[in-house]
Write a protein that binds this ligand. Structure first.
Ligand SMILES: Cc1cc2nc3c(=O)[nH]c(=O)nc-3n(C[C@H](O)[C@H](O)[C@H](O)COP(=O)(O)O)c2cc1C
Length: 199
């Protein structure tokens, strides 16, 4: 039995390839770990706000001194972090937008990356504090990036691996449904991605 967190950021709801892929991965995980609990956080439906200067001030203000607005701003971050810490397995749906992640997913990352909370600086350098997690990136791209000349245009998987690794999540597997904008390949994109993942 595992606690699974499904982060959704595909805008096309159930027809998003990253959502379909994430759901299929979770079905596999539930077969492997019967009785697992799944929490779904849909960032496309309930977006976290872009960070403002006020958020940064709120993050560094002691709770007792926070205004109501600051408390609410910090609370959004604390809630997202707690969901992350409670999970054993995290499935992150990541559509490629303009070679990078969606702004909704970036806002989530900006809320979970907090110095002193999810990472810290030690005399040996930075240390991630979100440990012992397995992460699957359910990634969807209109074109092809797994090989060939477009590989270096993929700023989704290297970025997510880097930032999650910085926070301590080093066991990250990218599951890629590619060619979703191309008629000849889109039907098979999710199946092909699932064929090569071992859950
Ligand atoms: C705003 C926007 C930007 C996109 N940028 C790219 C891109 O840079 N490269 C690409 O291959 N596909 C791009 N696409 C296509 C998506 O990556 C593709 O539709 C993917 O399946 C989206 O994930 P989803 O199906 O989970 O929503 C873009 C789509 C949108 C809507």
């Amino acid at each position: 039995m595992k606690n699974i967190l499904h982060i959704i950021s595909g805008l096309n709801e159930d027809s998003s390839f990253s959502v379909k892929l994430g759901n299929a991965l979770i079905e596999k995980l539930k077969e492997t770990y019967p009785g697992s609990e799944v929490i779904v956080r849909n960032l496309a439906k309930e977006q976290l706000p872009h960070l403002q200067k006020e958020n940064l001030i709120a993050f560094s203000t002691p709770t007792d001194n926070q205004t109501k607005e600051q408390f609410e701003a910090v609370n959004k971050s604390e809630e997202a972090i707690q969901q992350l810490l409670d999970a054993d397995i995290i499935v992150i749906g990541a559509p490629m937008y303009n070679f990078g992640i969606s702004s909704a997913l970036k806002a989530w990352i900006d809320h979970i990356a907090r110095v002193g909370v999810t990472f810290r600086y030690t005399e040996n350098g930075p240390e991630g504090m979100v440990k012992d997690k397995k992460v699957y990136i359910a990634m969807a791209t209109g074109g092809f990036y797994s090989q060939g000349e477009m590989q270096s245009y993929d700023f989704v998987s290297p970025y997510l691996k880097t930032v999650l690794g910085f926070l301590g999540m080093t066991d990250v597997e990218v599951v890629l449904a590619e060619g979703t904008s191309i008629n000849d390949t889109k039907e098979q994109a999710v199946k092909k991605a699932l064929d090569v993942v071992s859950v």
